[in-house]
Each structure stands twice: as C-alpha cells, then as structure tokens.
Write a protein that binds this ligand. Structure first.
Ligand SMILES: O=c1nc[nH]c2c1ncn2[C@H]1C[C@H](O)[C@@H](COP(=O)(O)OP(=O)(O)OP(=O)(O)O)O1
Ligand SMILES: [Mg+2]
Length: 194
C-alpha cells in the first residue's frame, strides 16, 4: 500500500533525493508547495527544533503526515559554522553561490579543511503528534576551494569525500544517497516507522 507523505521542504535538491529514496519503498511524496504551504520559520539554534517546526507546520496546513529535513555543513576550523545557519550563511536571500563563496573565503587561511554534513529528519503523523519520529545522520568530508561536479545542490561542489576521491556533486545520485547524511538518516527513520 502506498502511503501519502508531505515533504515539508521547498528545496528541490532535497525533494529529488527523498523521491529516489522513498518512492521505491511505497511512499507517495508530495512537496508542501503542491499544497501552497509557505516556507516555515526556522528560528531555532538546533537542527532538531527547526525540523520539528517545519514538520508540524506542513502537517497543520495539509492535514497529512509530514516529513521535514533540517541539515547543514559543519566546518571544524569554524567552530561548527555555518551549521544550523547553512542556508543563510551569506545572508538573505538564500544563495548557494554566495554561501559557497563565503565558505571558501572564510577557510582560505585555515589549514584544517575538515567538515561534515549533518541532517535531522522529523516525521509527524499529524501536527500535534506527541511522539515525533526523529533520526539523524552525519557524513565526513573536507571543503575544497575549487568547485567540482554538477550534481546535487547547496555545498556539494565544494564538499570532497577523500575516500571516494570525488566531491558530492560528482557522485551519481544513487551513490550520494547510499552514503549521505540524508540517506543515513532516512534509512534509520524508516526502520523506526515499521
Ligand atoms: O546534501 C547536501 N548537499 C549540499 N548542501 C546541503 C546538503 N544538505 C544540506 N545542505 C545545505 C544546503 C543549505 O544551505 C542547508 C540546508 O538548510 P535547510 O534549512 O535545512 O534547507 P533549505 O532552507 O534549503 O530548505 P527547507 O528548509 O525548505 O527544507 O545545508
Ligand atoms: Mg530552510
């Protein structure tokens, strides 16, 4: 039986990744934009609080179960920044190009380029669900100054996986999903839903 699910996100890159992960296992994904759900506020300093706020917002406005993702890149030499502020690192309006330029500039004088992607997923059965289902994932890499690759989104052209010898924008989508913070978190979440 297919299960309808609202994806509480307006990020097209995330939507593609979730569709590839969830549709083969019987979920019918609907981005919140299909229901004219506007972007939720993300006022909190933790990923999990923002993900919960996004999930509840979409569930409230659609009356359907909702899945939210809050994620970002955490750079060790920058004390974990941009972290939960990754989407707006270079200010409003959100821009991947400006975010990447700022990240490269901020790291230019640093020897340690290590970083990780982090993702928290929150699933709510309805807006006031007292037992949100939560899972997370982490993916280690390093930031490189010169962009490589055209797949993915966000910081992918500058996020190198040394073990694979590729940036995450050079990986085929299924390979990224097999390794990524989001793929890890989603597999853990699905286990909890069974
Ligand atoms: O796999 C990834 N590959 C590259 N970049 C990534 C990835 N995962 C998160 N990121 C970056 C993009 C954005 O700068 C921030 C997420 O911010 P975040 O608020 O969770 O998402 P968003 O505002 O783009 O869409 P929405 O809140 O509607 O889901 O981290
Ligand atoms: Mg956001």
């Amino acid at each position: 039986m297919t299960q309808r699910l609202i994806l509480a996100s307006n990020n097209a890159g995330k939507l593609k990744e979730f569709a590839q992960l969830l549709e083969p296992i019987g979920f019918e994904l609907h981005p919140q934009g299909e229901f004219d759900v506007p972007e939720a506020e993300e006022p909190f300093g933790t990923f999990v609080e923002n993900a919960l706020a996004k999930a509840r917002h979409a569930a409230r406005l659609t009356g359907l179960p909702a899945l939210a993702d809050d994620s970002g890149v955490c750079v060790n030499a920058l004390g974990g920044a941009p972290g939960v502020y990754s989407a707006r690192f270079a200010g409003e309006p959100k821009s991947d190009a400006r975010n990447n330029a700022k990240l490269v500039a901020d790291l230019a004088q640093q020897g340690d380029k290590s970083a990780y992607y982090y993702c928290v997923l929150v699933y709510v059965r309805h807006a006031d669900d007292p037992q949100p289902v939560i899972a997370d994932g982490r993916w280690n890499g390093e930031i490189i100054a010169t962009a490589r690759g055209a797949n993915g989104f966000g910081y992918d052209p500058h996020f190198l996986i040394p073990l694979l010898g590729k940036t995450t924008a050079e990986l085929e989508p299924d390979v990224k999903n097999a390794h990524s913070h989001r793929g890890q978190a989603l597999r853990a979440l699905v286990e909890k839903l069974r």
